[in-house]
Ligand binder design. Sequence first.
Ligand SMILES: Cc1ncc(COP(=O)(O)O)c(C=O)c1O
Length: 385
Amino acid sequence: MAQTIYLDHAATTPVRPEVLAAMEPYFTSVYANPATIYSMGMEARSAVNAAREIVAGAMGADPDEVYFTSGGTESDNWAVRSGALANAENGRRVLVSSIEHHAVLESACALKEEGFEVEFLPVDGEGFVTPDVVREALRRPASLVSVMHVNNEIGTIEPIAEIGEICRERGVLFHTDAVQSFGKIPIDVRSQNIDMLSISGHKIYGPKGIGAFFLNRNVAIEPFMHGGAQECGKRAGTLNVPGIVGLGKATECAVTDLEPEAKRLSRLRDLLIACLFEVIPGVVLNGSRRQRLPGNVNICIPGAEGETLLLALDEAGISASAGSACSTGSTEPSHVLTAIGVPRELARGSLRLTLGISTTEADIQRVASTIVKITDRITKMRAPL
Ligand SMILES: Cc1ncc(COP(=O)(O)O)c(C=O)c1O
C-alpha cells in the first residue's frame, strides 16, 4: 500500500526531529525545577528564558510580555475572560467574530454569567470581518474585541491590523487567536495593534500541551491560575520545561523557513485547487482566494457527504478533515461555513485539506486523482435509477 498522505496540518502536526532532539535532555538530564537555585535548575531556567526570547521575537514582542500556557485553548480563555473583566469600565460588552474557534466562542458566552453582553460579528461570503463591521459595532461601548488572525477551517486571513487600530482608538482591548497563523505568515504585535495574542505549539511541529499568551505590558489583567510565583505570578504551576523548549525550537525553525515555505505551500495549494476545479463539477472553494493561509484548501463537493469522503480518503491512505478537528463527530454543518452563507446541504459535503512540510507535488497529484475517483463513485451511487 502507498504511503499515507497527511493533509490535516491544521488539526495538528508531527513534532520535527530537531524539536524532539532539543526537548530530550529536559526530560532526562536537565530535569530540575526551573524555580530552583542550584546549577541544574539554573540551566533549566536559562532554557526557558531562551525559548521565551525566541517566541517573543517571532511576534515582535518583548520576552516579559510572553507567558507560557498549556496551549491555544488556555490562552484564548485567559484573554477573553480576564481581558473583558480588566476593561469592564469601558463597557460590559464583548465582541467576537462569528467564525472564532470554540475556545473563544465559549469563553465569550461564559461571560454572560458575569453580566456581559456578547455579540458575534458577522463575516462576509469569504469569511472576512470587515473593519466597517467593527467600526459600526463599536459605536456602543465595549471592553474587548476578539478576531482571529487566520480561520482554522477556511484559512481566511483577517485584516487584524485595521481592526486593532479601531479598537485602540476607542479604548477597547483587542485579542487575536493566532494559533493557525503563527510561524506561517508574518505577525507583529506592535504594528498590528494587538493587546493579547494566543499561539499553540502543536500547530507548528512542536509538542502538544504547550502554548503561549502575549499580553501587552501596558495592559493589567487577572492571573489565569493562582498558586506559585511562576510566570510573574500570572500563571502558577511548575513550568513544562521540555514543552517550552520544544515550542522555542519549533518557533525558531518556523521563522527560518517562513518565507520559502509559505511560497512553496501557496504554490501547492493553488495547484490542488486548480486540479480539483478542473475535474469536479460544481465544486466550491470556501474562503478567500487572495487572503488565504498558504496550506489551506477547503471545498464543498455538491452531492457528497463529508464523512463518506473522509472514510473513502482514509481507505486510500489520505488523512483529511471535514471541518475543524474539534467538531469531528458532529453532523451539524460547521458554524464557519454557515456564517459565510454556504447552504446547509452543500456544507455537508465539505472537505478541508491542509498541507504542511512533508507535502510534495506528487502528493497533490495523488490526492486530486483520488478525490476525483471517490466523487465519481459517490455521485454515481446517488444518481437516480
Ligand atoms: C484557531 C484555533 N484556536 C485555538 C485552538 C486550540 O488550540 P489547542 O489545541 O492548543 O488548545 C485551535 C486548535 O484547533 C485552533 O485552530
